[in-house]
Write a protein that binds this ligand. Sequence first.
Ligand code: GLC
Length: 552
Amino acid sequence: MSESLNADWWREAVIYQIYPRAFADADGNTIGDLKGITSRIPYLKALGIDAVWLSPFYPSELADGGYDVADFRDVDPKLGTLEDFDEMAAGLHAAGIKVVVDIVPNHSSNKHKWFQEALAAPKGSPERERYIFRDGVGPNHDQPPTDWRASFGGNTWEPVGDGQFYFHTFAPEQPDWNWDNPEVRADYLKTLKFWADRGVDGFRVDVANSMAKDLSEPLPTAAELEKIEIGPNHPLYDRDELDVIYHEWRALFNSYDPPRFAVGEVWIENKERLARYATKEMLGQVFNFDLLRADFRASEFKQIVSEHLAVAKKSGSSTTWVLSNHDVPRHATRYGLPLTTPGEPFDGPAPTWDLGRKWLLSRGTDPVEDVELGLRRALAGTAFILALPGSTYLYNGEELGLREVADIPDDQRQDPTFFRSPGYDVGRDGCRVPLPWTPDGPSFGFGPAGANLPQPAWFADYAVSVEEGAMGSPLEWYRQALALRKQLLGAERGELEWIDSPADTLHFRRGDWQCFTNFGMSPVPIPSGEVLLASGHLTGEVPGATTVWLRG
Ligand code: GLC
């Protein structure tokens, strides 16, 4: 198929997220790098994915795991060079794998050249206009303009020592850009072009709903801000001015053949508003994080699937399914924690998500993780999403059945959430621990030296070389499932049709491909059809926490 005919490759793709620092370290500086990724292309090819998405690999002081970018058009020397990038991209393309890179448009690092210039320049200067500077309040101008709280804790305003403060949605090392400034807009177009010209196939857009802001005076208090609905009238999130920005981006993407793909990271609840990011005039696709926050329960899964298929229909895009990423506890762990009792009111809309976070606060001791059940549910959940219409995003290591690492010593933690909570919320390091490739050796084969976060002894059991070729291992199962999915998608697939099924189960078909998941604990009869794949051992019935694919 020619490239142009394949412009829609992303609609039903399996996209594998690589967290570069945790994937493979070739140069032995304990930080995963681009050459490490290149060396593992055979592994990625054997896995059967369609694309990789690389979390940021740009120059960074790592105040937020690389999401604090000091130069958007270069590679962090700790991770390699632009030549290493080209070599990696060429190798991936030769293996039939597309390359998606992360674009971080809301903020830069405080080490970015333009921010350094802003600090050195006086109040009211064009250099400061590229970011969001405001005078401090109070008689000495030493109080922040508002009492708003930043995402990782603390105030959103940081003083610079001359009576002014700058705004940061996230850590103080991540100053927000002023998107009203044409220079900022032009510079992002330059960045997108830079990577698109280098052959990247697409972009994952970080916090894609937050660049446009209205910070005109008087600013609301934190309490008032909280009451404003996210959307056109919110000063910070999901404003309509984003449309203009993304229309410009889309025009650039469409100037390539095939058009460059983009998917937005948008955490908003309003589905109508969410659909807007996925339209073909905007980014083209948007993440759907609802399953990632749901309990492993048939009713919740069904509602989310139905809602998001409707959203996709509205936008004309395809939806996305995600169970794990670099920001949340791994799903093999979340699913090993107790579910809320049906009907019982729970604290917040996201039970296993909240529970996963609470569990992390206890350093993984309370409640006790059911490792076996967690893995069973994780594979069943993955088989379920792989059968749905849309794209599936996998997070590196989930194919090994990897669990969250909860007991990282406090003095080795890196996530700003930990430092700014302070010391209370342990944050996201537990899903960013370097991957085990071998059961022994330095850093379990991650690299010739150590790992940048401590790997627990139990990683040995999850090593790639242990699982490779081992019947029934998560890795072999993922390979089988991905290969089969590709084959099954080869046939014309109509829309998803739900089939009535017993309580605590879900059953749907797409053409003659059926997917049946038993979310409960008791076995249920296997539906009729030819069994193609099962996420666990079938016993003449479908045991609890198991998915089966059937033909017929
Ligand atoms: C996104 C990223 C997260 C990062 C934040 C700030 O939510 O996924 O890892 O900390 O943006 O860039």
